[in-house]
Design a protein around this ligand. Structure first.
Ligand code: BES
Ligand code: ZN
Length: 639
């Protein structure tokens, strides 16, 4: 049986689950699948993909650094059902110049009312070629003034200080601020792009580069890219700046500003080994190249899994490769998330939880069991803490976000760490070999297709549980996916994972004795972080000074460690740390560091609030809109 490329009906999820691997078109590169289940419904798109859907996007855009916008055309290939008369696209603030068909004939369109979160629908009346025939819709447009997916950087915000820079961040629903398409993870699309930028800037994208850049006059060059595998549109990404490339292995490399390229390449030497390890576990890497770009420090995340071009914060560079779990994570998304993608934002665990587990398997294979056991202990403990803090019956601690609450408000640990613990628990009960076989099959069967929690559970029951009542009971599947809190069958971490550090932390708590500088220096990044997390909430200035003197915390090259030190210092109103915190907050825009540091200042009340306000006034313009949104809330920013 061939699944037609377009099926204007809603099939039941069970039909999908019952198909065998041979039935499904997952291996068919570039043939975008349709939404096949009611669970695939995405409330964050205006698109009605069972009537008319975009299958391919061709972008032809100029990067306008002065105007801080992109401008050009998007040519969309559309497949429409027999009786469809219009197609609905997502937009958020786009400035539309006109819409035509592939022959240049103008098409009627209306722009609906804007909703703060989703943006506004563009409804295009299709031309004569309705019906199953494919047709093209050409949108001439520019991004609006506050396009949230794009961050335009002044030269001062780059390492070189000489050239501007821009990067995009599509996840979750931001790409509609610069690409007029159907912006829903279940509506996969192939794409190509031609992007022009002023010399000497280089453009990279989350697609394979085609040919050499071409001179196009006015001191500009054009760069071409193509992604022949269908992807969820949030994974279309670009970056442009004064960047160079360093090869890491036969299929991997790194882009960065020349000032950071050597350090970046040195930090990333394990990349090829990670790809090999990942393939051993879950099958072939299906995207061709695996390159990365190390962005300027205002990038708001640790990493973003843009296909063939992972985006990374420069703050992961520690000089000793201690934070490269981040790379294992983004690489793992090449299977969980990019190859098989949730179709609803409510199924966050299918992307992030499965990825966190897969990350730990890659870590185990490349760096050994001890480091993996330590990272598992950290995950388990942050989950247990988050559950304790939020309450075990808090709906925000469910892996599948229940109706009535926003998937964007879910407790992060309930997606990432609960996912890890869930998969680890299944692995322990089912046995690694059998569980790996199931997961490998999951990726094969649904390659380049959307997936849902219901599909995952149905297939697991069909293929692994297979009517075994005892196994069904032991797994507690529904409780994990739909329930809140931490299910009782969760596999606990190895108590030995951090034995030495935990003893040292206990000793410090009892009589203030600190580990020697030598002991501290011999610890892994994870061990140092564990120790700092176990410091007492309240500490005196003398204690903090002694801690810093003995362990050299304010001189550490590891930003994860520096962050924990600054957080402890600010929480305790430790004045000597303020200048360094100020520098750090001015340089770094990574939300994970920035938001908690402002929170720590704010929570101290009259001591820290004026400091927070003073620093934020300076640093706010340099932050990404996402980071800004979070800190605005913490400090009650009103401009
Ligand atoms: N896909 C996420 C980043 C993301 C999540 C962007 C939600 C927008 C909305 C990425 O894979 C991720 O999880 N990054 C983590 C890294 C980590 C868990 C090792 C980050 O940025 O901290
Ligand atoms: Zn992730």
């Amino acid at each position: 049986m061939r699944v037609p490329a377009f099926t204007p009906v809603l099939a039941l999820p069970f039909l999908v689950a019952a198909c065998t691997a041979d039935d499904l078109p997952g291996e068919e590169r570039g043939v975008p699948p349709v939404l096949t289940s009611e669970q695939a419904f995405d409330e964050f798109t205006y698109a009605r993909p069972t009537e008319a859907r975009v299958t391919h996007v061709a972008l032809d855009l100029d990067l306008d650094f002065e105007g801080r916008r992109v401008e050009g055309t998007a040519t969309l290939d559309v497949e429409a059902a027999e009786d469809a008369t219009e197609i609905v696209l997502d937009s958020n603030g786009l400035i539309i110049g006109g819409i035509s068909d592939g022959n240049g004939n103008a098409l009627d369109y209306t722009i609906g009312e804007a909703d703060g979160e989703k943006g506004e629908p563009i409804t295009v009346t299709l031309g004569e070629l309705t019906g199953p025939a494919l047709q093209q819709v050409v949108v001439t447009y520019a991004s609006g003034p506050d396009a949230e997916a794009l961050q335009w950087l002044d030269p001062e915000q780059t390492a070189g200080g000489e050239y501007p820079y821009v990067f995009s961040q599509g996840q979750a629903i931001l790409n509609r601020t610069w690409i007029p398409t159907q912006d829903s993870p279940g509506i996969r699309q192939t794409w190509e792009a031609r992007i022009t930028a002023p010399k000497p800037l280089t453009v990279v994208m989350s697609g394979i580069s085609r040919g050499e850049p071409e001179d196009v006059g006015e001191n500009r060059r054009a760069f071409e890219f193509a992604m022949e595998n269908s992807v969820p549109p949030y994974l279309i990404a670009l970056a442009a700046g004064n960047i160079d490339f360093a090869e890491l292995g036969p299929r991997s490399g790194v882009w960065a500003e020349p000032e950071v390229l050597d350090a970046a390449a040195a930090e990333l030497v394990d990349t090829e080994a990670m790809i090999d390890a990942a393939e051993d576990i879950y099958g072939p890497y299906r995207w061709g190249r695996y390159d990365m770009i190390v962005l300027p420090p205002s990038f708001p995340y640790g990493g973003m899994e843009n296909p063939v071009m992972t985006f990374l914060t420069p703050t992961f560079i520690a000089g000793d490769r201690s934070n490269t779990g981040l790379v294992a994570h983004e690489l793992a998304h090449s299977w969980s998330g990019n190859l098989v993608t949730y179709s609803s934002w409510r199924d966050g665990w299918l992307n992030e939880g499965v990825t966190s587990y897969f990350e730990s398997r890659i870590t185990e294979a490349v760096f050994g069991e001890k480091r993996a056991a330590q990272e598992y202990a950290l995950s388990y403990d942050s989950l247990a803490e988050a559950v304790a803090e939020n309450g075990a019956d808090n709906p925000n601690t469910a892996m599948r976000t229940p109706e009535g609450i926003s998937p964007f408000d879910t407790v992060g640990e309930a997606i990432y760490d609960k996912g890890t613990v869930f998969l680890r628990t299944m692995e322990a009960i089912i046995g690694r070999e059998r569980f790996d076989e199931f997961m490998r099959g999951w990726f094969d069967r649904h390659a380049f297709q959307p997936a849902t929690s219901e599909m995952f559970l149905a297939e697991l029951r069909d293929q692994v549980v297979d009517g075994d009542e005892d196994l069904e009971q032991a797994l507690m599947l529904d409780e994990w996916v739909y329930g809140t809190g931490l299910p009782e069958n969760a596999v606990a971490p190895d108590p030995q994972a951090f034995a030495e550090v935990d003893n040292a932390a206990a000793a410090y708590g009892e009589d203030g004795s600190l580990p020697s500088a030598e002991t501290w220096g011999g610890w892994t990044g994870a061990e140092q972080q564990r120790f700092l997390r176990e410091l007492p909430e309240t500490m005196t200035a003398d204690q903090l000074a002694a801690l810093d003197a003995q362990l050299g915390l304010s001189d550490t090259g590891n930003n994860e460690v520096l962050f924990l030190w600054l957080q402890a210092a600010l929480r305790n109103q430790y004045q000597p740390a303020v200048p360094q915190a100020e520098t750090f907050l001015a340089d770094v825009g990574r939300n994970k560091f920035v938001a908690p540091l402002f929170q720590a200042l704010w929570d101290t009340g009259s001591w820290g609030q004026p400091i927070a306000r003073r620093i934020y006034r300076e640093t706010r313009p340099g932050y990404h809109s996402m980071t800004r949104g979070n800190v605005d809330e913490i400090v009650g920013w009103e401009g």
